[in-house]
Design a protein. Sequence first.
Lengths: 497, 133
Amino acid sequence: MTAIQGNLPVFIIIAPLFVGFIFPTIAKKQKLLDTILLGTEALFLVLAVIMAASVLTGESTPYLMGGWSAPWGIQLVADDLAAFFALVVAVVSFPVVLYASGHTLEEEVGGPLRRARFFTLLFLLVGALAGIAFTHDMFNVFVLVEVVTISCCGLVSASRRSKAVFAAFDYLILVTLASVFILAGIGFIYIVTGHLNMEFAHQVLMNNWLVYPHVVWLAFSFLLVGFGLKSALFPLHVWLPDAHGEAPSPASAVLSGLAVKGYIVCLIKFLFVVMGIDLIKAYMINTLLFGLGMVAILAGAVLALNQTQLKRRLAFSTVSQIGYFYLGLGLLNVTGLAGTLFYLASHALTKACLFLCSGVLIEATGKHSIKDLAGVGKKMPITMGIFTVASLSLVGIPLFSGFVGKWNILLGCLQEGSLLLGCGVVTAGSILCGAYMFPIIRIAFFEPAPEQDLHDPGIKKLAALGLLALAIVVLGVFPGPLLELAQRAAETLLAQL
Amino acid sequence: MTLLTKLLNNYPYVAAVILFFLGAVTILTKSNLFKKLIGISILQSGIFLIFIAAGNIRGGIAPLLSESPIHEGLPYINPLPSALILTGIVVSVSVTAFALALVVRLYKIYGTTDAVKISEMISEMSNNDSYTG
């Protein structure tokens, strides 16, 4: 038991990575594949919960790969942020895998082999995201980001819809460009500091950033553009609606729910661990992030209002919600940053739930347009009920998890004294979010029901949706442990000297 | 004059910047999907060159223990950037392979490798749920 506990960070990363490659070999054996799939995800979830519990009670420990100590070896650090994000990845990916298991993907993805490959990519994505949570080495970040990127593109192109191929290609070109930018940023930091370990790079950077102010500035510009492009910050969001809208529904759920957040966590590590508060203030990056976040919130919401297709509206809603993260990162106080992290978890759950619901609705009705959903709420009350719960959380109604995150971001804005701009934009974003989410609910519940024979999906899909909805409500009513983890992570990030 | 000497002394970096912009312009201006991929490869080479140049010392030797008198007193070059770029090259090759596979599939569906024509075709048949094998 101690052998497992001592090596927990490694186990969490390699469990999905190793198992993922088994699936194509057992593609024909549906039952076996599903068992391994769900078993691994359950194991992953249990490990992540143990990890989070031990971090909450004890101290965070650096894990040395192969026993080499820090500047020479590669370090995994199981701190509050890492445990927090690993938990989010596990909690969101389990229902998604539960939803996707069985014969569900046949229409959207294809035969047994294609489905098995889909799960390989999904597990690669999950493993790499867990790696991003723990790693403390800049080049590891680049490699893991590449793994996330390629598996995301693979997941988008797994769809049988012909538009998806072009969406995946567009996505691939842009995110590869972003990867190159990130590599360049890491390269310049390495040139200035001589270290790839984040802690050591930070210490050297604090001493000599005044000697090379322009190179440091260049490095972080590259990183900001790279991660901004990957996480679809507003003017760089052009690939997101196509990619997330065309992907198979479970893939959209992980792409919108988790992959984008992985890049935000990377950016948090580069900003707060490598760069540190003083440098962020010296280069005024906080003001920049705050401004970009505000623009993204409003622009994304306005664009979402114009969409007539369900999945595209949800995709543009992600563009808007990404703005909250950037705005929160620009706040630089514990409440705001903790709120941002909590909202990250909340949005992961919420958006995954919404995309899975839209998958159920599209599969049942066979239509993608919002106006074709007229009256489905009467025929499929449970699905639409869960959709409503998730929408309320997305808007930020009290008793749902989104409220806790947005409330803390608001409090953070107040602490910074940004009453008019910060609070105004956060609230306006919520109102606009209501304006594009509530019409869907009104159409579904209060229009005459269609002739079509519709009913709620099977027990497995309902369980997947129910788990996500339950998590949203539980986090909204008792945010306790997760919020505490987020707060402690925020404190450690901001306490950097 | 000093600027010119500086640039001449650091010619790998100048080459890297030229490659970077060459690649970026190719990606942005060419509509042929293959040319876009070539642009990405060129752009990546530019960044790789920055890394390699940063690790190199002119007249340095590989960091291996050597008893030969020729190597005595010579500085070691930093092997880490080269090792990292080896990983980077592997990543870039796999991305290119994946992208080429996508181009093949696009060609099978649309019969062209021109991005502009493909997006025109897509907007023509928008909202039409066509499935391919």
